[in-house]
Design a binder for this molecule. Structure first.
Ligand SMILES: [Zn+2]
Length: 182
């Protein structure tokens, strides 16, 4: 990226783009309810003071949330513009030091911001505490099949893949604690 691009960047990004970027990082596979993790979510107007801040309603748990609910962006005093530029630079794989230079901020401030963003926004799955025996072998097999399940079946066996899927489904159910489904 040329230096002139960076100089013009904050001018290019308006509020609509800020929120689009936040959504893109927070929900790369579509909006999900932060409470119950359901994807059955409908749009529910916009914030009254920030017109591009989309509000949502969850059809599963009736919870209401918006683009920033539950993220560091919702409760931090630093301007949204600074956070979103930080997010944007992280997407370009700039180091914390480079981001600090571009934003004119202290390196340790940016380090703290990027850590918070990774934890609170970019993280896609809740952390799972690993205890006792941990199996990862079949995860590698299935994750690596890249559209060639036949090759995986040959290596891992159909039964292995099936039981892995069953365990994954059970683990997901435990994590998301659905109120009604089994
Ligand atoms: Zn929900």
């Amino acid at each position: 990226m040329a230096a002139s691009d960076l100089i013009n960047l904050s001018g290019m990004l308006d509020d609509a783009k800020y929120f689009a970027l936040v959504r893109q990082h927070r929900w790369p596979a579509g909006v999900r309810c932060p409470v119950c993790a359901s994807g059955a979510v409908i749009r529910d107007g916009h914030d009254h003071t920030q017109l591009y801040r989309q509000r949502y309603r969850c059809k599963t748990c009736s919870g209401r949330f918006d683009d920033l609910t539950g993220t560091v962006l919702a409760r931090h005093h630093q301007p949204l513009r600074v956070w979103v530029l930080c997010l944007y630079f992280m997407g370009l794989n700039l180091s914390s030091r480079q981001i600090a230079l571009e934003l004119g901020l202290d390196g340790s401030d940016v380090q703290a911001m990027t850590e918070q963003l990774r934890r609170g926004l970019v993280a896609k799955a809740p952390t799972v505490e690993l205890k006792g025996e941990v199996e990862i072998d079949e995860v590698y097999v299935v994750a690596g099949h890249k559209g060639q399940p036949a090759a995986v079946a040959k290596r891992g066996g159909l039964d292995g893949a099936a039981s892995w899927q069953a365990r994954r489904a059970a683990a997901r159910w435990r994590r998301t604690s659905h109120p009604s489904s089994v």
